[in-house]
Write a protein that binds this ligand. Structure first.
Ligand code: ADP
Length: 518
């Protein structure tokens, strides 16, 4: 029994829809899908040519796929469709007639029939239209329209899927950009604790590259001095975390300063409740740790430095105040002298602390003027020479040293600190040389001694607040570790720099520069 033409038609249509569904499943791109849909649709309703146009964000239509579409027709249709109008207008009889007239004149063929259907999503949004044209007098039938509806629906689904894919792609790109450019270290682990993604900040922090992807995180994130809870401890999969874990530790890399980090491990569960990923975030908390250490150093140094003069003052003043003893005048004079010296030391310490906090607040005010540095050094040498017998203070200045730009009081403070240290850290005495050289735009000044010197590993740190070299002299000399911090801050504020050269055991040479007065 042969099928009626209508049944053949139906079967053909079903086959076409099946084929389209099959192509859908292989997920090709939108344009391939639309081309296939349009091809089958045109074939089924025997259209001579046609096109699918999609709505643009401004509300117009743009042809995305053509079926045997002559270039001339494309050229007249595009500007017509690009006109902004309510999208339903494109399907009114009047507009379709207009389109037909345009097409007819452009195609130079007897195009007389048109059928068009909007592509409508479930939420009624019109995302485009399918337009088919035929030559001759045989009109498209309502049956054709019904058949076309299925194809229009398929095309609408293709557009929706493509949009969703695009949206997902954008979303993914956005998340990737956030992860990659985040200043904190981020890595994403699979449930077996292997690295799947590591961002730039973390690669840099750990000194690793992309090659760590796929490795167990215990091999990648090596932390010393760990506290808190950590997942990347040992190789192998720990039980999946059920909440966010937090721990801290140090990243130690040869040739780099240790970095203290706070590490959060956040489990990410899928819809089925299974662990999908663990997001590991590392935040550099070195500064907080340093600030904390500084605070405790500050407290211990200051209390120690205050205690000594205060107890001496109290001891001598207490003895002098006793009315049951008659003190001989020499003892009274010596005691008073000690009280004055210790009070001076207290004042100096307080002044240094105030200066240090001013520097930190950026409020160190300077009165910069042209100064004769050699003269200033000569006076300092005289003052200090009177205080010590075991040291020989020598001046080493060229006759033509130009004046420098500096704050008189602060430059004296710098020099006093350096000479004071030279004396303090040369307990066996020796020569102390204060001098300068003319280096064109700047003057290079120096204070050299023949004392204990400074171990190489401490030579940078001695300019930090409260830093004192750990040696036997540390206990026998007084000091809060503020002198060189102030020296450096003052010299830098005057536009110069300061550094040290020292061979431990042979002495130290402190150099600083000052701009030459014009
Ligand atoms: P303070 O002398 O109060 O300890 P400073 O900031 O002046 O503090 O110096 C910091 C440390 O640098 C000192 O404790 C000492 O260990 C070291 N230092 C400074 N000057 C010298 C020097 N001329 N010779 C040897 N060590 C020095």
């Amino acid at each position: 029994m042969s099928l009626s033409p209508y049944s053949q038609y139906r079967q053909h249509q079903l086959e076409a829809l099946l084929e389209i569904t099959r192509i859908f499943a292989s997920s090709p791109d939108l344009s391939t899908l639309l081309r296939t849909i349009l091809g089958y649709a045109s074939d089924l309703v025997r259209a001579d040519f046609g096109y699918i146009a999609l709505t643009t964000p401004s509300g117009a239509l743009r042809i995305t796929t053509g079926y045997r579409l002559p270039t001339e027709v494309f050229e007249v249709l595009s500007p017509y469709l690009a006109q902004k109008r309510p999208v339903e207008d494109f399907w009114t009889e009047k507009e379709l007639r207009r389109q037909l007239a345009l097409v007819n004149s452009a195609a130079n063929a007897a195009i007389e029939q048109v059928v068009a259907l909007p592509l409508v999503l479930e939420d009624e949004e019109v995302v485009g239209g399918i337009f088919l044209f035929r030559m001759g007098t045989i009109a498209f039938t309502p049956g054709d329209r019904v058949l076309l509806r299925d194809f229009a629906d398929q095309a609408a689904v293709a557009v929706r899927n493509a949009r969703q894919v695009e949206q997902l792609r954008t979303e993914k790109a956005r998340v990737e950009a956030i992860i990659e450019n985040n200043p904190n270290g981020i890595m994403i682990l699979d449930p077996q604790m292997r690295v799947t993604i590591i961002n730039r900040a973390l690669s840099r922090l750990l000194g690793v590259s992309e090659e760590v992807v796929g490795k167990p995180c215990a091999q990648v994130l090596r932390l010393e001095n760990r506290t808190g809870e950590h997942l990347c401890l040992t190789e192998g999969s720990p039980p999946p975390p059920t909440r966010v874990l937090y721990g801290e530790g140090d990243i130690i890399r040869p040739g780099h300063k240790p970095v203290t980090v706070g590490v959060s491990y956040s489990p990410l569960f899928g819809g089925d409740g299974n662990l999908v990923n663990i997001i590991v975030t590392l935040v550099d908390i070195t500064r907080y740790r340093e600030a904390e250490e500084l605070k405790s150093t500050f407290i211990s140094v200051i209390s120690h430095e205050l205690k000594t003069p205060v107890s001496l003052i109290k001891g001598y003043a207490g003895t002098l105040a006793r009315d049951d003893v008659i003190h001989d005048p020499e003892f009274v004079r010596e005691s008073a002298q000690i009280i004055v010296e210790e009070a001076d030391r207290l004042t100096e310490l307080i002044d240094n602390l105030l200066d240090a906090s001013r520097i930190q607040a950026g409020a160190l005010s300077l009165d910069i003027q042209p100064l004769d540095f050699a003269e200033l050094a000569r006076k300092a040498a005289e003052r200090f020479g009177a205080q010590t017998d075991s040291h020989q203070i020598v001046l080493d200045f060229p006759a033509d040293l130009p004046p420098v730009m500096a704050d008189d009081k602060r430059l004296r403070q710098v020099l006093d600190n350096l000479i004071n240290n030279a004396i303090k850290y040369s307990p066996k005495g020796g020569r102390i040389t204060i001098g300068a050289r003319n280096e064109g735009a700047r003057v290079l000044a120096f204070v050299k001694d023949e004392g204990v010197g400074i171990p190489h590993e401490d030579q940078e740190a001695i300019f930090e607040r409260f830093y004192r070299v750990d040696s036997s002299l540390r206990r026998s000399t007084q000091g809060a570790g503020l002198g060189l911090f102030l020296v450096k801050a003052i010299v830098q504020a005057m536009g110069g720099d300061v550094w040290v050269k020292s061979e431990p055991g042979k002495g130290a040479a402190f150099y600083f520069t000052l701009p030459v007065a014009e």
